[in-house]
Design a protein. Structure first.
Length: 214
């Protein structure tokens, strides 16, 4: 998580990230295909579970907002798909974007993935883009909070304990508190409400996330 958090804030190096609408008339990728693509490039169980945790939160928001749940799930699953291959900024996610284009991932999803990196130069304008950014760091933080509970379970995590851990700079120090705060603000929700919503979303998929407890 530390490297991923640091990457988001590094400056770009003069690369043009705005010309991303290269693929026209493409067939929409479904969730199963996105999962297969993620697993093709990501072998780490922890990174796969992070993708699933972000997906749980993003897909739950899709349901809340009446948006396309499959498209939002695909976006969340693929947001860090290239991290093992491109661990350094600004390669991630910039060098991953052409791979997604070649695989038929549409420009809306690719743009959202680029926008979750603060250094990309791609602004977060759409609801999907704002939701992905808002859920990324908080999903990682909630996972960390779960791991220090007696039973390593998301069911032992509540908003009050999360807010306490956010104040503890030595805990999960790689997670950007600013990104968590700004993410909720950009999404237009109170931070406590956002945390509570994401806890509930992750509880619903706790077994899949490895957070159901010992």
């Amino acid at each position: 998580m530390e490297a991923r958090s640091q990457l988001r804030h590094r400056p770009t190096r003069g690369i043009d990230f705005h010309n991303i609408a290269r693929s026209a008339n493409i067939v929409e990728m479904d969730r199963e295909q996105a999962w297969e693509l993620l697993c093709e490039y990501t072998k780490s169980d922890s990174l796969r579970r992070h993708a699933l945790a972000v997906e749980a939160c993003v897909a739950a928001y899709a349901g809340k907002f009446g948006e396309d749940r499959q498209k939002w799930s695909v976006t969340a699953l693929l947001h860090d798909f290239d991290y093992e291959m491109h661990p350094d900024a600004p390669d991630h996610p910039m060098k991953g974007e052409p791979i997604l284009a070649e695989r038929g991932v549409d420009a809306e999803i690719r743009r959202a993935i680029l926008s979750h990196a603060n250094y990309s130069g791609v602004s977060r304008d759409s609801l999907l883009e704002k939701t992905l950014f808002a859920c990324d760091e908080v999903a990682g933080f909630l996972t960390a909070c779960s791991y220090v509970k007696p039973n390593r379970s998301i069911f032992e995590v509540d908003t009050k304990s999360v807010r306490k851990k956010l104040k503890d700079k030595s805990f999960a120090r790689s997670v950007s508190r600013d990104d968590i705060t700004h993410g909720a603000s950009e999404l237009g929700v109170e931070l406590d409400e956002h945390i509570e919503f994401c806890i509930a979303a992750m509880k619903a998929r706790a077994a899949e996330l490895g957070l159901a407890g010992n």
